[in-house]
Design a protein around this ligand. Sequence first.
Ligand SMILES: [Cu+2]
Length: 248
Amino acid sequence: MFRSNVLLVIFISVLVSCKNTSVGIYTPKSRPITTIDPTTAATITGTVHFEGAIPATPKIDMSNDPDCGAKIASSENLMVDRGNLANVFVYVKDGLGDRGFAVPQTPVTIDQRGCRYFPHVLGVMTGQPVQILNSDSTTHNVHPMGHANHQWNGSQLPNSQPLSKTFTEPEIMLPIHCNQHPWMHMYLNVVDNPFYAVTGPDGRFEVKGLPPGDYTIAAVHEQLGEQTMKVSVGPKDAKQAAFTFQAK
Ligand SMILES: [Cu+2]
């Protein structure tokens, strides 16, 4: 009896250890890497428009830190030029299934310059390095305030080394603030596929290298929210997609 109990315990232990090693937690990193065939890859391009009255751009008073340089700056929360909306994050939200994609080891860069973040909206893949620079003669304290990704903050003295960080969980419009300068904020978009873009001042975006398929494309703006669109692409297709956000 004792012997059979011992055997049962050993058997269960083996089962548990197998479960831990062979099943594990399903993460994007565990997905097999998809090879994209450049001869069939498709492209989606488009423009994001803004319709309605453009509210006056709020001014930012930076005078409490003379080392910021300028005393007054303009808010970047709503950047519209001739009806074109900048700083919209456009990405493939759905349709890729369980495909995994190679993560670039080339870092994306955030610069702190004149007590502003450059860029204001940025995309990065899960696990890709994010390099954070301080080009100012003042101290900043970088504070990502995510939900899926754990929060941290790090001070950066003038002329200090760049911070190098990674974000492991997909998260859209993850706010990054500076604890020293309350007006400083930007948005990082962490995705587990390479099919994303941020609209420039002309409202344009381009998502390229897509395997043929049926996708949901999302366009997300920090104040105006999210819009989605179904787009199907065949081999070597070049499709157009247009989004329009209305004034709130
Ligand atoms: Cu700062």
